[in-house]
Design a protein around this ligand. Structure first.
Ligand code: PMM
Length: 283
């Protein structure tokens, strides 16, 4: 078996990689504005690392439904100092749809590119990742956040997402992206309604069947705020970490390679419990 490109953290003994979210944005749905100043984002990233994050995912563009895009200059201004500082203490991925931002972040120390558009938003992304030989997370995506929820229409969401994501993987490999560094992500909450997210979570085996490591990013998403709330207001994002931990345990049992989370402490706890339950009697 070939080895993964340098930069792809390895899931050890079936224990998934924990990717801690560092959003350097004023408007993310989950933690908008909390870490917008570079020094706050760096402090937060260091904290997540100390709590057990295997990789820190630094992003400068909010992808919440309806979000407007920042300019390229603004995105660079947000992420580069944070990537540079955090690369000294942790593996870092850059969460971007722009090849120019990915290139600058790789130069600043990032070792992994996480693109929610799977290379669709920018035709220069796949060639860049191929040329640099770095690992790439390709998420299922149907269009920019401004109007993505209008694209949440599926005949069979699991089959449709797997077909579209599988097609993306083929195109990326044809463009020269390293097969052993390609991670796929079904894109929870992106052009998906609550029942779509639940169906995908229930059928992660189908996504794993595409033959690549799978990243799961359910953390604090709206469908977790809606569950069990019939007739009441949805739970706000900061109160969705328990629900997220349950999905973390589920995804780990299903065989996910990695989990993208805001609350690293809860994710590590959930993984410890999952692992203990898998252990043999007498442990
Ligand atoms: N979700 C968000 C941002 N980036 N990347 C991947 N690979 N998968 C996701 O599900 C994902 C992502 C949106 O969440 P945030 O605004 O809290 O970061």
């Amino acid at each position: 078996m070939s080895t993964a490109p340098p930069g792809l953290p390895v899931a050890r003994d079936g224990r998934p990689v924990v990717m801690g979210v560092v959003n350097v944005t004023p408007d993310s749905f989950s933690d908008g504005g909390q870490w917008f100043q570079p020094e706050d984002a760096v402090r937060h990233g260091r904290e997540l690392r100390a709590q057990g994050a295997d990789v820190l995912d630094v992003g400068g563009e909010s992808t919440r439904p309806g979000a407007e895009r920042p300019s390229e200059a603004e995105e660079l201004r947000r992420v580069l100092p944070v990537v540079a500082a955090l690369s000294e203490v942790s593996p870092v991925s850059v969460d971007t749809m722009r090849a120019t931002v990915a290139a600058a972040a790789l130069d600043a120390g990032a070792t992994l590119v996480n693109d929610v558009s799977g290379g669709l938003a920018d035709p220069d992304m796949a060639p860049l990742v191929a040329e640099r030989g770095v690992p790439f997370v390709a998420m299922h995506w149907r269009g920019h956040s401004l109007d993505m929820q209008s694209r949440a229409s599926y005949d069979d969401v699991v089959a449709d997402v797997c077909r579209e994501l599988g097609g993306r993987a083929e195109a990326l490999l044809a463009a020269g992206v390293a097969a052993d560094g390609l991670v796929l992500d079904p894109g929870f909450g992106f052009a998906k309604l609550a029942p779509d997210n639940w169906a995908l979570l229930r059928h992660l085996d189908a996504v794993l069947g595409l033959g690549h490591p799978v990243l799961v990013g359910t953390s604090r998403k709206k469908f977790l705020g809606l569950v069990g709330r019939e007739g009441r207001e949805e739970r706000p994002p900061l109160e969705r970490d328990v629900a997220t931990a349950v999905t973390t345990a589920h995804a780990a049992r299903a065989g996910a390679w990695g989990l993208r989370v805001h609350d690293v402490v809860a994710a590590v706890d959930a993984l410890d419990v999952t692992e203990a339950l898998r252990g043999s009697d007498g442990d």
